[in-house]
Design a protein around this ligand. Structure first.
Ligand code: UD1
Ligand code: CA
Length: 465
């Protein structure tokens, strides 16, 4: 498309029915704020500097969320209606030629394919505007579409202003339009706040354009769920469900097996390779990337992490901000809390917690351990119950364990401490000093034996009764 395409996204309202301190467009569905979905759809149509987001309530927070995308902002101090919100963009949006698409920040389900069809229809027909419509069984609350015999849109009548006859109309205005830019900017100033609410209704553009002999065409969208605008938390949950269902279907069509897809929660930006299997009730959130042929056990939670191919995550494990190399095995009941790196083929077993720890290739910590601020070499074996004491009450200290070392069960490694390659630490040791390469360290009291002690005690007890 050669002529410029601008997109205006209206996101200034508070959204009273959310019953929230937070602006409506910042509530999340599918792992993103509502307005992020709308902006991301717009970014597939046009460059960031052609996208104008109208902000008002909690403008700074909305801007902070969207800033990384490089879109532009227009501040609407008072929300005087959808028409007013577009008017205040006039000085910034190119007006000479091209198209202007208007979207609402609280409608996150719109597909980019639908937006493309909208723009294409306007470009091909050259009409002044195209409005997206759909048919609803219950159109209550929406603006109704009034058409002429040719099928063009004559007017959008808001619920409050509609006659009893017009209230019977099931075709509704979705609030998504593509205008010919010169027509929009030429006639927009003609909108008057002549309604009970005293607002400037963008929908009045339809009648204004008809009055000057310009045409407004409808684009009827079959799947009305795409047009769902979020006004309360019930609709928010519904939008979340639809977005996650779409995501699961997209992954399944790309070769991912999902058992009981209704139970999994996968954020929209997550990437997963083919032949990975996802068991029920798994959550995968943030910017997670998962390779091929992985297996993600039931009820596991994976957040902003990268898993290479063939990683096995057994049930009830949590992995956050971590990197797991090929063929590693995690869980069940493991916790990779923050910034860990697990080497290829390593094993992390049940009730093992890792924090800022690097585990070498083929290393194993199979049961009941805490490994924090540690660098652990390849093929190290960490016995059950091993604890790195990384915190002295004031600061965190590192633990280093060399390649092939063996840490006996229930060892306490008091950091900062270093254990050399191939060294052994006897079970139950408290290690406070460096253990050189290939040494054996025993940091525990020697066993004391008293022959016959127990028998004597029993006999003494009997006689005292
Ligand atoms: C609007 C349409 C209605 C349509 C419906 C679809 C108008 C007059 N009516 O009604 O025909 O059926 O959407 O959902 O346009 N906003 C601003 N600044 C303002 C006013 C609104 O940014 O001054 C934003 C809101 O934050 C919201 C969006 O525009 O995201 C829509 O406004 P809202 O008041 O919800 O319009 P509806 O009454 O739903
Ligand atoms: Ca609305």
């Amino acid at each position: 498309m050669s002529s410029p395409l601008s997109v205006i996204i209206l996101a200034a309202g508070l959204g009273t029915r959310m019953k929230s301190q937070k602006a409506k467009v910042l509530h999340r569905a599918g792992g993103k704020a509502l307005v992020e979905h709308v902006v991301d759809a717009a970014l597939k149509l046009t460059a960031a500097n052609n996208i104008f987001v109208v902000v008002g309530h909690q403008a700074e927070m909305v801007k902070a969320v969207l800033a990384p995308r490089g879109v532009r902002f227009v501040f609407q101090e008072q929300q005087k209606g959808t028409g007013h919100a577009v008017m205040i963009c006039a000085s910034q949006v190119p007006a000479q030629l091209g198209q202007v698409v208007v979207l609402y920040g609280d409608a996150p389900l719109l597909r980019v394919e639908t937006l493309r069809r909208l723009c294409q229809l306007q470009a091909e027909t050259g009409v002044a505007a195209v409005a997206i419509t759909t048919y609803l069984d219950d159109p209550t609350g929406y603006g109704r579409i009034v058409r002429n015999e040719q099928g063009d849109v004559l007017a959008v009548v808001e619920q409050k202003a509609a006659s009893s006859e017009q209230l019977q109309i099931r075709e509704i205005n979705a609030g998504i339009y593509c205008f010919s830019a010169p027509q929009l900017w030429k006639h927009l100033p003609e909108i008057q706040p002549n309604n009970p609410a005293g607002e400037y209704y963008l929908t009045d553009m339809v009648e204004i354009l008809n009055r000057v002999g310009e045409k407004v065409s409808p684009l009827v969208v079959e799947d009305s769920t795409e047009l769902l605008g979020i006004n309360n938390r019930i609709e928010l949950a519904e939008a979340d469900r639809i977005l996650r269902k779409r995501k699961a279907q997209e992954l399944m069509l790309a070769g991912v097996t999902i058992e009981k897809p209704d139970t999994v929660t996968i954020d929209l930006d997550v990437q997963i390779g083919a032949d990975t299997v996802i068991e029920p009730f798994v959550r995968i959130t943030g910017e997670t990337v998962i390779g091929s042929e992985c297996h993600l056990g039931a009820c596991s939670i994976i957040h902003s992490s990268k898993l290479e191919d063939q990683v096995q995550v057994l049930p009830f494990s949590m992995i956050s901000s971590s990197y797991v190399e090929t063929g590693a095995q995690i869980g069940p009941y493991a916790r990779l809390r923050l910034e860990n790196h697990v080497g290829a083929g390593a094993h992390i077993g049940n009730f093992v917690e890792l924090k800022k720890t690097r585990l070498g290739r083929g290393a194993k910590a199979q049961h009941l351990a805490y490994l924090g601020d540690s660098t652990i070499g390849a093929s190290v074996n960490i016995g059950a119950g091993t604890i790195t004491c990384n915190y002295d009450g004031r600061a965190k200290h590192p633990t280093k364990i060399g390649e092939g070392a063996f840490i006996g069960s229930n060892s306490t490694l008091v950091a900062p401490v270093e254990i050399g390659d191939g060294a052994y630490v006897g079970a139950g040791s408290v290690i406070t000093d460096e253990v050189p390469q290939d040494a054996l360290a025993l940091g525990r009291a020697r066993q004391v034996l008293k022959e016959g002690w127990a028998r004597k005690r029993r006999e003494a007890n009997v006689s005292s009764d």
